[in-house]
Each structure stands twice: as structure tokens, then as C-alpha cells.
Design a protein around this ligand. Sequence first.
Ligand code: WTA
Length: 657
Amino acid sequence: MSETNETLSNLLHEERRFEPPADLAASANLTAEAYERAAADPEAFWAEQAERLDWSQKWDRVLDWDDPPFAKWFSGGTLNASYNCVDRHVEAGRGDKVAIHFVGEPEGDARSITYAELKDEVSRAANALTSLGVAAGDRVAIYMPMIPEAVVAMLACARIGAPHTVVFGGFSSDALASRLTDCEAKVVVTADGGYRRGAASALKPAVDEARTKTDVVEKVLVVRRTGQDLGADGWDDAVDVWWHDVVDTASAEHQPEAFDAEHPLYVMYTSGTTGKPKGILHTTGGYLTGAAYTHWAVFDLKPETDVYWCTADIGWVTGHSYIVYGPLANGATQVLYEGTPDSPERGRWWKIIADYGVTIFYTAPTAIRSFMKQGREIPDRHDMSSLRILGSVGEPINPEAYVWYRSVIGGDRTPVVDTWWQTETGSIMISPLPGVTHGKPGSAMTPIPGVSAEVVDEAGEAVPNGSGGYLVLTRPWPAMLRTIWGDDERFKDTYWSRFESLGYYFAGDGAKKDEDGDIWVLGRVDDVMNVSGHRLSTTEIESALVSHPKVAEAAVVGASDEDTGQAPCAFVILRDEAGDGGKDIVEELRNHVRKEIGPIAKPRQVMVVAELPKTRSGKIMRRLLRDVAENREIGDVTTLADSSVMDLISQGISSGK
Ligand code: WTA
């Protein structure tokens, strides 16, 4: 862990502290008292949080942990997630409140949707899905741009008890096809395209292509967003139906059915350490409790006055918990933005904040770093005095980016909540509370009330302050994943086997406790990399490379990158018959990965090498390749089967071969 230690000693020189603003502290949703109350009786604390929701039938038991690691929360309880996110706000007389201020990428293309309107639209979509043959328990895939219909589709699925699986619109048709197959999605909801970087970007053709690789899909429901030409073969009458034909004409009356607290709500695929993505299963009652509670506590949400904006895509878990389920369960008013931050100009985000008076803003360090590069003149042109809380998620935020975010975007007034969590945890686990905790740039600080986290050594012993180790969660929590779709063994192996006798959940991240006992999350300790806050597995990219006819072997590492946090760097050995691969081999392979997985996985560098560094047992030593990719002196090579390999690689690269 030598690199980690270096990062650590840099971080520990960080002395800046930011106290919560007095007015925020005085009216904070949660106060310091909650930590003790939750620790004294976690189940009672979580039961109290579950009361935020409307239950058709109350639970008999808060936590059933009789068969670990398979948890059941709020057993015996029944509820409908969509009812909780929509109908109940209308019934409480808040139907005219804006749920979503939608901002399309083309300027002037904006509309605001009230809770009453959202209820009608979700009801119509629920009726339409039912008429397409979707029943409770069937899976529906959603492959959409960031438009209101994406949120409507998710809530319509939840309403009829059909677990959704949202696939990020930036994923390729291959990635889509493997997810459709794995969860056997019966229906796909998509759009002709969406607007990205000033142009219409097609989505429907990728669904058509995915359908040639899997036969599970029966119907494709298509929103007309861009009106782009679908091409001569772009429509199949037996399968494709327009949203405006079946949803707009459906009844706006729909009686939501109450489902068991443990009824599956969604499957979200995320990269693991093998090539096959894991379908993380979340269920209804515990997940919604976790999402609603954390959104209320960590962002100090005041639903009557706040305007909230999370810039994530709904194709990731952040979009699920902090665009759809948390904010809507809490009756918040939020902005939903379709496009890229720099379209049509670099100040677009700041203009949106000013136009809508956004008070709470949640984004990722990678975006903050790119704005830092562009300079403060751009945000300084906009009045962002409405902001009162800023959030960060997805990767460690470096102290300089934190301080810039707080000072330039937050006008030196706003607390920054650095929120650590994962697709698997479902909701925020470690974060400051903005009215309670002082901010330390770079630290996610402490587990929120109700959550028990620890940093432990190999043996599972808590490390002393000032030391590093593995981040674990020591008690179950309501929004925890229930399993990996169709693979209970992999679920046990991946998360629970490492500290089995202690019953700890192993997060896969390294972390450090500073002298005050506050937590600094350092990044993955497994073969998962974090590119712009998106998880990618090295093996998945390696498999993509090896599927190219010219490639014999490939090794991929996540090298640190100023802009994206980490970037994929690939080392490949070509097949003999491919010769030197031709002059365009590097571009050819980069584009191949882009096609196989999607643009985010496209390697920053591809290096053609003669050998890969392997141990005597044949394991690739990625640590050494990372040294090469990060232009560092190469570390200890004594465990290599052939220690001259690294010289060959370095020489080959410096001579441009
Ligand atoms: C990383 C995104 C440091 C971490 C919500 C984790 C973070 C992975 C932070 C989960 C943070 C997320 N500080 N690292 N505040 N938030 N991570 O599943 O490595 O896409 O394991 O969930 O992102 O990524 P995922």
C-alpha cells in the first residue's frame, strides 16, 4: 500500500476546517443527539425513519437477520413505492407543488411538472405497461435520456410491482443486451434519442441491435424525444410501440397495489471484479426508508422552500436514490437536466442554478475538477446566492476541489457534504451532517446516525486513529442490497466472506481514520476502477480487448488521472498473425472497447507490449503496470517469474513500440 500511504500523508496535512453556519445549525433537521439515540437502539431508530413512509400494513418485525447475510427489513409490512413518491403528496393537498423542473438541453425547452401531473402520468404509464403484458414480478428495462418520462417509467414499474433495471444511456448495445439477458427483461422503455452536446443522439438503434443478441424482449416502448429518423429498418410493428400512442391515451386512474416490504423494487447492474456485471437487488420498504431518511438528513431538506438538484444520470444508483426515490418520497421540488454541463456554453449549470433558485446541489468531484480548470470567471457570472448546501459523491474529493467548490460555487457560505456510499448500500452511509459536523476538506467524516462503519485490519480488528485499513459496515441497514440477481453465492462471496465470522459487510474500499477518528475514503482495494465517478472493472475491459481478433492477451489498470480521477490504461499482447497490428492499432483497440462497453470505458492509453509481468503462479502484477501508466519508477519486481519483463515493457514504451 505504498501509494496509499503517500496519498495519506498528503491528506493528513489538510488542516482547514469549516464550521456549520449558525442559522443552519439552529434549524437543522437532525442534531447531534441523533447519533447517540441511533447507537443506543438502531432498530428503534430505523423504525422511526420508516414512519416517514405511508404503509398499507405496518411491519411486525423491524429487522430479520436470522439467516445472515440475507436480511429482511420491516417484515410483514406492505406499501407501494410509487404511492409514497406521488399520490400521498397529492392527497395531502400538495398536488400543485412542482415535483420536477425539467430543463432540456436545447435552450428554452423546459417545463415544470406538478405532483398532481406526475401522478396522472405515472398512472397512465402503469396502465400502459399492464396493457403491454407486464405483471408484478416481471422485469422492465429502461434505457433513456434524462427526460421526465424516465422518472415516470421507473415509478410506473414500481407502481405495478415490476422491478426495473435502468441501463445507462451511454452503454453500448452489447452492455445493454447482457443486462437484458441476465434479468430477462420482458419490456424495454426507451426513446428515439436525447440531446447531448447540442445534437440529437440516437438510442433506439442500440435497443434494436441488442434485440438481435437476446430473445427475452417482447415489447419496446418508445418515447419520441428528438423526432429523429429511425431509418428504414428502425421500427418493428410486432414489437415497437410509441409512448404517445399507448401512454397518452391510457386512463389516469390507477389503483396502486400494496406490496410486501421485501418485494423487489429494482436491479441495478454494477461492475465487479470479474467480467460479468452484478445485478444489485434492492427491495421496497427498507430501500425507500433509507433513501428518504438520508435525503432529508444529509441535505437538511426543507421540502416547502428548497429547490434541489442532483446532476447524476438516472442510469446510476445516485439517480435512483437521489433523483427519484429519496426526493420524491420527501415531496421535494427538484431540477432535472437532460444534457451536458457545457451545452450550449460552459456556464449552463450555473445559469440553471440562478434561473431556478437552486438551494441544494449534488454533483461529482470529476465535474468540479473540470470546472476548476475552466476558471472561476464562468461561475462568477451567475448569481448563485440561493445555494445553501453542496454535496459530492462518487469518488474521493481532493481537498483543493472541495475548497474551490465551497468557495467559488458556494460563496464560502455553504457546507459541503462529502457522501460515501455504493450501489450496494442503496443510500448514503458516511457523510457530515450539514448542521452538525464541521467540514474537513477530503474527509467523508462519520457514519450517519443509524449506520455503523469501521476501518479494520486484515483480521477485522478496528485500526487505531491515524491508521488505514479496509472499510466495513458492521451492522445491517435498511437500504442494503439483498442479493446479486440470480447469484446468492456471488453475493456471499463478494461482500460477506472476507470477515465472515464477524458478520461485516466488506465494501471493497480502503480507508483511513485520522487522529480525530474521522474517515477518509481512499478508493478501491480490488480490481475495480473509478472513472469520473463510474465504476468499471478491469476484467470487463480486458475481456472486451481480448474479444478483438488481433489481441492475444490484455491487462488493464486504473491509472490516476487529473480529470477523471482514474483512467483505464491497457497493455496488450498481439497475436502472432496480427504482426505489429498496423499503424492504427491503438485507435482501433480504443474504439473496440468503446463499442463493446461504452465511451466511458475507452482506454486513455493502449500500449502494445511483448510480455506482461506475471508472478510465478501466473497472476498479472497490475501494481507494476500502474507504475508504468503513471510514469513512476517501477516498484519491487522480485516476485515476477521473469524480472526482465518490466525492462522490456519500459523500453518498448519509451521507444514508441
Ligand atoms: C467510490 C456511487 C470516496 C467508492 C454512489 C465506492 C467514494 C464506489 C465516494 C461506489 C466518496 C463513492 N468518497 N469514494 N464520497 N462515493 N465512492 O456503486 O470507491 O457507483 O466503493 O456508487 O465509489 O460506486 P457506485
